[in-house]
Design a protein around this ligand. Structure first.
Ligand SMILES: NC(=O)c1ccc[n+]([C@@H]2O[C@H](COP(=O)([O-])OP(=O)(O)OC[C@H]3O[C@@H](n4cnc5c(N)ncnc54)[C@H](O)[C@@H]3O)[C@@H](O)[C@H]2O)c1
Length: 415
């Protein structure tokens, strides 16, 4: 199949591109390097030394004798070029990873909120309008997030996207309908993902675009069978307070003996998936497209749920690293339960990798190996969801929000 991978230089997009290429698909990556620009803006590069994309692609050709194409485009802005690319490649599938994906980054300042909304909503809308304009029949596979459901659904197993509801009809009868599960975003980033869902519903109904929306859990791990084949193919590993995902942060902190930073009580429950399962799930979605006219498919792309304090205790137990509770910068419930359905991908053949399978290997092979590249100053998560009330006592110096760059324009927004 011919597959365009939008955001193919990123944490999920790069290993997915290699995985699809290794299985014989013809892959073209599209990226504007906004993520690499954010590394520079935050002064927090990947823990692993990621090579420039040109070097990555040349290494892949050397190792595998396969070519992956590349087009540098900002899909939120370069609409004409995007349409031309769709028209030229005529892909069977477009995998859409190309969004600003960090909740803390999206809450840094007004400029970061506006950048995240402009980038993410225009990227998705341009893709969908571009498909309509070019007249191609392609399948959009989008990476959404489990965060669209919110984290307050105690006592209910979160379904895969749709909720069956019963309402009182005007004539007194009971009316049954399936609706999108009520969105409840917890950050500006999550808000853009909930709005993506409406765009998918609209263009799917109006223009019969075939769409699979993968509501992904927090991704952990770094390497896949393809990225370990040569050091120039290594995947990125974010550990900083903006882009680092919680379990990878714990693993890196353990590797350098930094107390595990648990926000608040750590009673928050989240959904997780290993990066090796991410790439398999995307392949399953790409190779099992919906038929024209079918409503948007929504799959929960997660394999297990854990309370954050339990994860911290597990890593602490395995490595002897102490746990440090810090003030929670987010505005969220102190604790929540989370159970979510994930039958669709299991039925397509996904065999999940669980924490027990890979945890220690990740610590030793990646985090410890590159621990010397870590800047400890970048570990605390500084963006605050809301400013503390003026009367509240000041937090300790090392937990104070960094306001120095609060009004700075995000690097990616300038490119
Ligand atoms: N990493 C996770 O834990 C996780 C969890 C759930 C969902 N997701 C979703 O998966 C997708 C990929 O996440 P990731 O972790 O790989 O993020 P990432 O930031 O590493 O990768 C995103 C890529 O998209 C590119 N990009 C962003 N805006 C673009 C634009 N306008 N034009 C062209 N390229 C653009 C970036 O340069 C980057 O290479 C995101 O949409 C994210 O919301 C990720």
């Amino acid at each position: 199949m011919k597959v365009l991978v939008l955001g193919g230089d990123g944490f999920c997009g790069w290993p997915t591109s290699l995985h699809l290429s290794a299985r014989g698909h013809e892959v073209v990556i599209v990226d504007n390097f906004a993520r690499r620009d954010a590394d520079v803006e935050l002064g927090a590069p990947s823990l692993t030394p990621i090579a420039p994309l040109e070097t990555r692609l040349a290494a892949w050709h050397e190792v595998c004798d396969r070519d992956i194409g590349f087009r540098r485009l900002n899909i939120a802005e370069d609409y004409e070029e995007l349409v031309e690319l769709l028209d030229t490649v005529r892909p069977d599938a477009v995998v859409h990873f190309a969004e600003q994906r960090a909740a803390p980054y999206s809450m840094r300042s007004s400029a970061h909120k506006r950048y995240t909304v402009n980038n993410n909503l225009n990227a998705t809308n341009n893709l969908l309008v571009g498909i309509v304009e070019s007249g191609i029949d392609t399948h959009v596979v989008h990476l959404g997030t489990m965060g669209v459901y919110g984290y307050g659904a105690a006592g209910v197993t979160v379904p895969e996207g749709y909720l069956r509801v019963r309402m009182d009809g005007d004539d007194g009868s009971e009316v049954e309908q399936e609706i999108l599960y009520p969105p409840s975003p917890g950050s500006v980033y999550h808000m853009t993902k909930t709005q993506d869902q409406l765009m998918f519903a609209f263009y799917n109904r109006n223009d019969e675009i075939r769409i699979t929306d993968l509501h992904q859990g927090i991704v952990w791990g770094t390497q896949t069978p393809e990225t370990v084949r040569d050091e120039r193919l290594i995947n990125r590993f974010d550990y900083d307070g903006d882009y680092g995902t919680v379990l990878n942060r714990f693993l890196m902190q353990a590797a350098i003996g930094f107390p595990l930073t648990v926000h608040g009580t750590g009673g928050q429950t989240r959904a997780f998936i290993h990066i090796r399962d991410t790439v398999r799930c995307v392949e399953l979605a790409v190779t099992h497209p919906p038929v024209r006219g079918e409503r948007v498919r929504i799959f929960n792309q997660m394999t297990e749920t854990h309370r954050l304090i339990e994860l911290a205790r597990l890593v602490s137990h395995l490595t002897g690293t102490p746990i440090h509770h810090v003030e929670n910068p987010r505005k969220e419930a102190v604790e929540n339960e989370l159970r979510a359905a994930n039958r669709h991908l299991l039925d397509l053949g996904l065999q999940p990798i669980t924490l027990e399978d890979g945890l220690l290997r990740e610590v030793t092979e990646v985090a410890r190996r590159y621990a010397h590249r870590c800047d400890r100053d970048k570990i605390p998560s500084r963006p605050r969801w809301t400013e503390p009330p003026a009367t509240a006592p000041a937090p300790p110096a090392d937990e104070r929000p960094d306001r120095g760059d609060a009004d700075a324009v995000p690097a990616a927004a300038k490119s």
